[in-house]
Design a binder for this molecule. Structure first.
Ligand code: NAP
Ligand code: ZN
Length: 367
């Protein structure tokens, strides 16, 4: 058994502004990686720029990261950041993941970039500082990065492992996210906790963080059905997300992530909701005692109670999905071609089981 979490987390009000020495220790040139607007709206970019000015650190900004980022954005970002000593990610999972890929290319060059990110040789990365603005992926404390592969028409987890060196967590940066992003990302965090808990790689260490994350989700989950969540409550969701990130950094994710990737790719369903959609059917294939622990920790009476709650949450965000029988076969084939997530599930799952999970879930969602 192993517990490894090399990221140092700094958490608190104005924590970026209070951490000049940490930025100074990483070099003289930085690349800031972010999306179109989250860094500005959240106020995080202003704080980072202030700190970099005070520390005489030169910086460039790559602010084109798309949601569910395609692999080539790593190349685009690395070209902008040539000569940087370190990378600062501001945003949700999309910018944080892309910063990890870019940090590899900045260290090792941009030629054969796909091979460097996805090939067999294990390339390391420049230091990455992560400043999350969504309470969901936990990418600020995980070594993972997920990219869209247009050739395979799905999403792929990069085999390289890049833990951020520092994470700066300030709840005010999360509050500007739209309600649908807040809901989707918190469901992602919940799914991380659940999938790491019901996993062949779970350990007492990962389970501790996972159960705490599930409890925090359960404590405030009813508020997700309303339209406004205050900062004090949201702080618990932010913590749940980081705890769940620490749990998947140890144990990984599992079937709902694999089931959801093609749904995100083909129908644009947000990542967290794409996981959440499959949760009820996934529980039916899971270890009963683990499911009972999860439902108890999240304060659900039983699986029906959970199912009713998830349906009301998901129907706020996703409408009818026109998935054909042929598509289901294609998605199931893909899941059986790349078996990592299947292997992390603690029970034998057949091809037929997965087809049924898709059918039963999509029938419900398509009502
Ligand atoms: P995201 O794709 O990073 O962001 C979703 C949307 O929310 C974007 O439009 C973004 O704007 C906006 N946004 C984010 N924070 C905001 C804020 N504070 N204020 C206003 N708008 C804000 O969403 P995500 O769910 O956090 O990340 C999803 C990605 O992470 C997926 O690709 C998923 O596969 C991956 N993922 C990674 C891990 C991991 O361990 N590395 C785990 C799970 C999932 P901008 O475009 O302006 O940024
Ligand atoms: Zn996820």
């Amino acid at each position: 058994m192993k517990y490894y979490m090399p990221t140092t987390i700094y958490d608190g009000e104005d924590i970026v502004l209070k951490s000049e020495s940490k930025f100074k220790s990483l070099g003289k040139k930085a690349l800031i990686v972010t999306g179109k607007s989250s860094a500005k709206k959240s106020g995080a970019l202003d704080d980072v720029v202030k700190v970099l000015h005070n520390c005489d650190i030169e910086y460039k900004i790559f602010d084109e990261v798309r949601e569910n980022p395609p692999i080539y954005q790593n190349l685009d970002g690395a070209r902008v950041g040539e000569g940087s000593d370190f990378v600062i990610a501001i945003g949700g999972g999309s910018p944080m993941d892309t910063a990890k890929g870019i940090a590899i290319l900045l260290k090792h060059g941009t030629d054969n970039y796909v091979e460097k990110l996805f090939g067999k040789v294990n390339y390391d990365a420049l230091p990455v500082v992560a400043i999350p603005t969504t309470a969901g992926t936990g990418s600020e404390v995980t070594p993972y990065a997920v990219f869209t592969d247009d050739e395979k028409q799905t999403k792929l987890s990069m085999p390289r492992r890049v833990f951020p060196i520092y994470s700066f967590i300030d709840v005010k940066y999360f509050m500007t996210a739209p309600q649908n992003v807040k809901i989707s990302t918190i469901v992602d965090a919940f799914s991380h906790a659940v999938e790491s808990y019901n996993n062949v790689r779970s350990t007492p260490y990962s389970e501790l963080y996972a159960l705490k994350a599930i409890e925090l989700f359960g404590k405030h989950r009813e508020l997700l059905l309303e339209d406004d969540i205050c900062e004090d409550v949201f702080e618990d969701f932010v913590r749940a997300s980081t705890f769940a990130g620490i749990a998947i950094a140890q144990a990984g994710t599992s079937l709902p992530h694999a089931l959801g990737y093609p749904i995100t790719y083909h129908f644009g369903v947000p990542h967290g909701i794409a996981n959440g959609m499959f949760m009820v059917e996934y529980f039916k294939l899971s270890l009963e005692d683990k499911v009972a622990d999860i439902l108890r920790a999240a304060n659900f009476k039983n699986l029906d109670d959970f199912s009713e709650y998830m349906n009301s949450l998901i129907s706020r965000i996703v409408g009818k999905l026109d998935v054909k029988e042929d598509d289901i076969v294609k998605y199931t084939d893909m899941l059986f071609e790349n078996t990592a997530k299947l292997k992390s599930h603690p029970r034998e799952v057949s091809y037929e089981d997965i087809v049924n999970v898709y059918k039963n879930t999509l029938r419900l969602v398509s009502k």
